[in-house]
Design a protein around this ligand. Structure first.
Ligand code: JFZ
Length: 612
């Protein structure tokens, strides 16, 4: 499975579109309801104060963390009044338009007697997580900790009567796992003055300032005062919250714990690091050395869902982790414990399998920096000083893994999992490593390349194309765009609970404008071209060309349908023709419209597949 196609988000967040009310002419994530194109997030380095910079160093060393969505919604498990709600179970109250008083009844039955903080921490430790972030308060407003600011908290509002965050803070300290809290600062559906509950309260009458002062400020203060050192506060869905509130939250957190990190969902560009969209690893070319943390959930819901057992395989999880690390970011994997406080078995066994892989291969993840290499068909790389780790996620048909252009003298090549030195060849063209015959197929075979001097960055030397693989993607996000063409992100609904994000060029409306990729062709030969795009009725019949040198292959655009928010975008996969590469080396592949005045289409990817 390709990491690029993993984009499991959820319906709920984009569905939660407010109707009427000027302040709410945006959804929970802060976008107007009909918006389909979004600004591309920045992954550039920022400047930080000393305490934040120090905390970010540890953050980047950690690389792998656990996200936990746990609240009274776990008691319902996605079912209310006998009806199942697919997708994100923590959105049950909103999806079912349940009034506060009825929803809060769930608290009466919530009694997670199997909750065992020490056992959770032992599992996390065995799974290889370095820190964890748990929902202290999600959009339903119910606090999972003792709070003087609201009676809707687990200690005062359930017969369970214990404070799980207190127990987790102690157990985390004992096991050496970092502690972080998720806090929904804007949406609070059981508060008339909070954001998001449009089925019960009138947003025009909401006094957000009152809510913010009475609940948010005191609760964030409690979280940063009563539980020891907190690694990060993970704010979420700022919606239309004015900058003043993000600023006040930031100042409050930094005053109480200067080393506590803030994610970008604090809103208004006031975070310390970037949270990409849910279930997104930023494209390699967008990452420019800034700090970020991807969040994915293990199945299709963040909170516990009684009928969702679609857990990502161990192999997929390792790919996501290695890919995040190779782009210099963290991977935070979510799981929703059930109403008794247990991790679902389907999640637990796969987390432990990733942990077993990390026991052997952890050196290639923890404490690494992003790959110095361009896109390669066999997988991704990470780096630690003069050690380069090649994560062979897909085995080459000829058993040879190549790193073109790697010219720093290599002293040794071996498998991280052990065994003798591997055979390698190094010349002006780069490094080739022969994988040992008969190695059992594994999730991610890590090859360690030791060099005399650290391998220097050569990310822009071109996407490597190899005949030892099938279809190889040239994504728009990794292209060079000519002047007048800009990159946009499109968020669209792939299925009921699958929010998909892809990048597309905007302004491709004249033959002088183009999208182009540098490729490094390993062996001479023919390659088939296919285009993956979406096009409206008005775009049908437009013509474009794909060019390499004086080879020009033209194509006509077909209609796939308009891109609409809350609906799947259909992307066609259209064959175009064959390109021939005479000899190994570097080439420029470009795509441009043939006529001016009209946007060609919404392109996602150009694929090249070896042809015979
Ligand atoms: C939010 C929450 O609404 C959801 O319940 C969960 O906690 C998740 C981690 O975060 O949902 C979002 C937030 C942002 C985007 C999508 C869903 N986004 O930027 O595309």
């Amino acid at each position: 499975m390709n990491v690029r196609s993993l984009s499991i988000g959820m319906l709920a967040a984009v569905m939660a579109t407010a109707v009427g009310g000027a302040a709410l002419a945006q959804d929970s994530v802060g976008a107007p309801p009909e918006q389909t194109h979004f600004k591309v997030s920045s992954y550039k380095p920022m400047s930080h104060d000393a305490a934040t910079a120090k905390a970010l160093e540890r953050f980047n060393d950690d690389r792998y963390s656990m996200f936990i969505h746990w609240g009274i919604y776990a008691q319902a498990g996605g079912v209310i009044r006998g009806k199942r709600y697919y997708g994100a179970s923590e959105w049950l109250m909103s999806n079912s338009k349940t009034p506060s008083a009825e929803y809060l009844e769930l608290a009466k039955d919530f009694n997670p007697v199997d909750f065992d903080a020490r056992a959770w921490m032992k599992t996390m430790k065995a799974a290889g997580f370095r820190y964890m972030v748990i929902t202290a308060k999600h959009h339903d407003g119910f606090a999972m900790f003792k709070s003087a600011a609201s009676p809707h908290n687990i200690v005062d509002g359930t017969r369970f009567g214990r404070d799980p965050l207190k127990e987790l803070a102690e157990a985390a300290k004992a096991e050496g796992i970092g502690l972080g809290f998720y806090y929904s600062q804007y949406q609070d559906w059981t508060e008339p003055n909070g954001g998001g509950n449009t089925w019960e309260f009138d947003p025009k009458k909401a006094d957000f300032e009152e809510y913010f002062n009475r609940k948010v400020v005191p609760q964030v203060t409690e979280l940063l005062t009563n539980y020891g050192p907190v690694r990060e506060i993970w704010f979420d869905t700022p919606g239309p919250m004015p900058a003043e509130y993000s600023r006040r939250l930031r100042d409050l957190v930094k005053k109480l714990q200067p080393g506590c990190l803030l994610n970008s969902r604090i809103g208004n560009d006031l975070g310390d690091y970037t949270s990409p969209s849910d279930s997104e690893i930023p494209p390699a070319s967008l990452v420019q050395g800034g700090d970020w943390e991807s969040v994915f959930t293990h199945n299709r819901s963040w909170g516990y869902s009684a009928f969702d057992n679609d857990f990502k395989s161990t192999n997929t999880l390792i790919r996501l982790l290695a890919t995040s690390a190779s782009r210099g970011g963290n991977f935070m994997l979510n799981m929703g414990p059930d109403g008794r406080g247990r991790f679902p078995d389907g999640a637990q066994k796969r987390l432990l399998a990733v942990g077993a892989w990390l026991k052997v291969n952890g050196d290639s993840i923890y404490g690494t920096t992003r790959s110095p290499l361009p896109q390669t068909p066999w997988g991704v790389a990470t780096q630690k000083g003069s050690r380069l780790y090649l994560h062979v996620l897909d085995r080459p048909a000829d058993g040879v893994v190549r790193a073109p252009g790697l010219t720093e003298p290599v002293t040794k090549v071996s498998l991280l999992a052990g065994g003798g030195a591997l055979r390698f060849k190094q010349d002006a063209g780069g490094l080739s490593v022969t994988l040992p015959a008969g190695t059992a197929p594994s999730d991610d075979l890590v090859v360690v390349v030791e060099t005399q001097t650290p391998v220097a960055a050569r990310r822009d030397q071109g996407i490597v194309l190899s005949r030892a693989y099938g279809r190889q993607p040239l994504d728009v996000a990794d292209a060079t765009l000519s002047p007048g063409v800009k990159l946009d992100a499109i968020k669209t609904q792939l299925s009921v609970d699958d929010l998909r994000k892809f990048y597309t060029p905007v302004g491709l409306d004249d033959p002088s404008k183009s999208v182009s990729w540098t490729v490094q062709v390993e062996q001479a030969g023919d390659y088939h071209i296919d285009l993956e795009y979406s096009a409206t009725k008005a775009q049908a019949g437009h013509e474009g060309t794909v060019e390499v040198g004086d080879q020009k292959r033209s194509f006509g655009v077909i209609e796939t349908g308009a891109i609409e928010r809350r609906k799947p975008t259909f992307l066609t996969f259209q064959p175009v023709g064959i390109l021939h590469f005479d000899k190994p080396g570097r080439y420029q592949v470009s795509l441009r419209p043939q006529a001016s005045g009209q946007e060609l289409f919404a392109l996602r990817t150009l694929y090249l597949t070896p042809a015979n």
